[in-house]
Design a protein around this ligand. Structure first.
Ligand code: SAH
Ligand code: SF4
Ligand code: F3S
Length: 469
């Protein structure tokens, strides 16, 4: 039994003690034919962690199911970024409890991910949700097979507050797509933006070895993958935690040189976005001209309170440089409204930046206080109604610009990697442009997995329609 501790999670030691541990996969048939169901919330990192978990489960003989009710193991991979996840997660756990009581008394229920790193969540589970079998955290995912072998029928909690090591799990992934793949390049975050829980739930910044990353990309290419997305909470920081590692710009270049058709990365912080990075993105045709560049706020006063390390002017300078140096680049963003103390004037500064940047798209959020973070302690006297009104006004503006940006595609020819069957009848397949625009395509199903030239026939606020000539 190990439970999380926020103070421990906050600690960062100066010395670089990272060890690279190559994990031997555990392969046996102890759960042969048993069915697993995974529900994932949160960011790409969590989605990719679930791919690792699926791989470990299949190595033990589990097979996937889409139906919760027929599962022998249900695993919930959670996100802690905003408070509203809490109700969703406990609601879902209620359904699991019902299944365990009424349908399958041997059902194994597991909870992992960022909420498992929150002390309050673990306390609540230990006092009120003892029907759960296993809670484990973000630092010891690779231990899951061992924990499953040792289940006793009583709740087991295995959450570490922090870990300095990098675990290499080799080929232990069941990837959701056959064409696009996530590749972790680093774990954790040391930025400690004052509103954000990630540095506590994911621990310190630890870069993987570039040779391990490049080997993984090479393999993916050999296995027919067309696209890789390099993942990190702040990819600009890649390699900075080590003396013997290359920079992110260099890593991006080496990845591009492998020759896989499309290379993407997410997320890049506006701080420390180097000219070298911009030059590499501009130079290689297979590095996609798409950047997610979170703004958070346009007000210098709020940016400072957020600990974001840039001003509006610096952000705009970078934004304009990206637009001028990278041909046809599309840029999206994240914005928080209603940060503690945000005034109408502060909010209008955010609208000003949106009016200047005319983003291709944005994720917008109302500030959510997270226990243990500095912003949760700040005086916040803006009524929720005012915050909601700001979010609404912001969204109207964001939608207007994303619609305008989409209209520019009308009648143009663009390249689309067709990755999925379309949800919409007439359109057979769907996929993304180089610039990360979703397109529903009227075409032959045999084109699934191909990069094709598509003529755009209709443009909506959130997607495009097109056909293959
Ligand atoms: N590492 C990424 C962010 C990951 S979290 C980056 O720095 O860009 C994704 C987004 O969630 C953030 O960009 C932020 O806009 C939002 N977010 C994070 N903490 C939040 C909070 N406490 N309340 C509301 N939104 C938050
Ligand atoms: Fe959170 Fe800031 Fe780190 Fe992003 S950079 S994960 S917002 S602390
Ligand atoms: Fe959520 Fe954790 Fe990602 S808090 S956004 S799942 S790093």
């Amino acid at each position: 039994m190990k439970t999380p501790d926020m103070l421990e999670a906050k600690k960062r030691c100066k010395d670089n003690n990272t060890e690279f541990i190559y994990v031997n996969p555990i392969i046996n048939n102890s759960y042969d034919g048993k069915k697993y169901y995974i529900r994932t919330y949160g960011c790409q990192m969590n989605v990719h962690d679930s791919e690792e978990i699926a791989g470990m489960l299949e190595n033990l003989g589990f097979v996937p199911t889409e139906e919760m009710e027929e599962a022998d193991l249900i695993l919930l991979n959670t996100c802690a970024i905003r408070e509203n996840a809490h109700e969703k997660v406990f609601g879902f756990l209620g359904r699991c409890k019902h299944i365990k009581e009424k349908i399958n008394k041997d059902l194994i229920i597991c909870l992992c991910g960022c909420m498992a790193q929150e002390k309050s969540v673990v306390d609540e589970i230990m006092s009120k949700h003892k029907y759960i079998d296993l809670v484990f955290g973000t630092h010891n995912i690779h231990e899951l097979p061992g924990y499953l072998m040792q289940l006793t029928g009583k709740l087991d909690v295995e959450v570490l507050s922090n870990d300095e090591n990098v675990y290499e799990v080799g080929e232990t992934f069941v990837r959701a797509s056959k064409y696009t793949a996530w590749v972790n390049i680093m774990y954790g975050c040391d930025k400690f933006c004052t509103y954000c829980i990630v540095p506590y739930t994911r621990g310190k910044e630890r870069s993987r070895k570039s040779q391990d990353i490049l080997k993984e990309v090479q393999k993916l290419k050999e296995n027919g993958y067309k696209e890789v997305t390099l993942l990190g909470q702040n990819v600009n920081a890649y390699g900075r935690d080590r003396d013997d590692e290359i920079s992110f710009a260099k890593l991006l270049e080496e990845t591009a040189k492998i020759g896989i058709e499309r290379v993407r990365f997410v997320t890049s912080h506006p701080w420390n976005f180097t000219d070298e990075m911009i030059d590499v993105i501009a130079k290689y045709d297979n590095i996609m001209p798409y950047i997610h560049l979170p703004l958070q706020s346009g007000s210098d006063r709020i940016l400072k309170l957020m600990g974001r390390r840039y001003t509006q002017e610096e952000y705009l300078e970078l934004f304009n440089k990206l637009k001028s140096k990278i041909k046809d680049v599309s840029i999206t963003t994240d914005i928080i409204v209603g940060f503690p103390g945000e005034t109408e004037e502060d909010f209008e500064e955010t609208l000003n930046v949106v009016n200047k940047c005319k983003y291709d798209g944005a994720f917008t959020f109302i500030f959510s206080p997270r226990v243990g973070t500095p912003a949760a302690e700040m005086k916040d006297d803006t009524p929720m109604g005012v915050k909601e009104d700001r979010l609404h006004r912001l969204n109207e503006l964001i939608n207007q610009y994303s619609n305008e940006s989409n209209q520019k595609y009308l009648n143009k020819k663009v390249k689309v990697l067709l990755t999925d069957y379309s949800d919409r009848d007439k359109y057979k397949l769907s996929g993304y442009t180089d610039t990360m625009k979703l397109v529903n395509v009227d075409c032959d199903e045999s084109l699934l997995g191909e990069i094709v030239e598509v003529t755009i026939t209709d443009a909506k606020s959130f997607s495009l329609d097109g056909k293959v000539e």
